[in-house]
Design a protein around this ligand. Sequence first.
Ligand code: TPP
Ligand code: MG
Length: 293
Amino acid sequence: MGLTERLTIPEEEFVYSGHTACGGCGGALAMRIALKALGPRTILVLPACCWAVIPGVLPATCLSVPVLSIGFAATGAAVSGIEASLKAQGIDDVTVVGWAGDGGTADIGIQSLSGAVERGHDFIYFCYDNEAYMNTGIQRSGATPSGAVTTTTPARKREEKKDMVEIMVAHHIPYAATASLAYPEDMIKKITRARSIKGPKYIHVLSPCPPGWRYPSEKTVEIARKAVMSRIFPLYSVEGGKYEIQRRNIKKIPVGDYLKMQGRFKLSEEDRAEIQKKVDENWESLLAKEGTA
Ligand SMILES: Cc1ncc(C[n+]2csc(CCOP(=O)(O)OP(=O)(O)O)c2C)c(N)n1
Ligand SMILES: [Mg+2]
């Protein structure tokens, strides 16, 4: 990473101090980075999720851009309507953004998101993925990874995590990507790229959660970085169907180094070996999609 790349992070803040997120909230940091790339001409749609309460109550909100709070399932419908309304008014310099949790994306909001993408509305949709329904007390979602303990999977989840990026790619979406708060330059580049493309865009940000994942709050960035280094959460983009992996040459670490930092994974050596096998297979499949296997 060169110096010029590091200097791409805008200094201006659009998330002010005084929000109500937990210490070390990955979702809060993800929003802070995202708004730096989105800028002030942004309308945010927030369904039910931690971020529906993090801003606080007007007039003491930490968000400096307009927000529409809507029902849990309706993010895709709301961004569609806002975009159509702006178009009717001849306003073309506003970025319409849906910002939802993993429950609001992979489960309850998936139909409105699917419709909005299929209809080709012009918006960016972010899923900040803390891998459970955190705002209501750590219930499992379709994006909770196999092996994780939640309050509704006390003996750990058995099923696999839904792959939202692949679901979006299956919609022929013009742009989809993963992003990490541990790699803010990469995240900002991706958001800037997404803003330059007309039509629906999808960005999936892994967002570690100290109380939900059971780790000390100062470890959020380290855990997010280890997710990328271990390849359990590879950084990649798919533009016009073309795959590209980012940060492919960073030092690879065993997935156990990522899992062991979190109290939610109570796994045997065999369990960890099984997860490692799946991570390696997924990486190979990503290389094949990129055409570099
Ligand atoms: C229709 C409906 N069902 C349930 C709820 C209760 N509820 C509010 S936030 C939430 C969890 C959201 O989970 P996720 O989308 O992953 O966001 P997170 O809280 O993890 O940030 C739930 C179940 C609701 N507000 N509306
Ligand atoms: Mg969640």
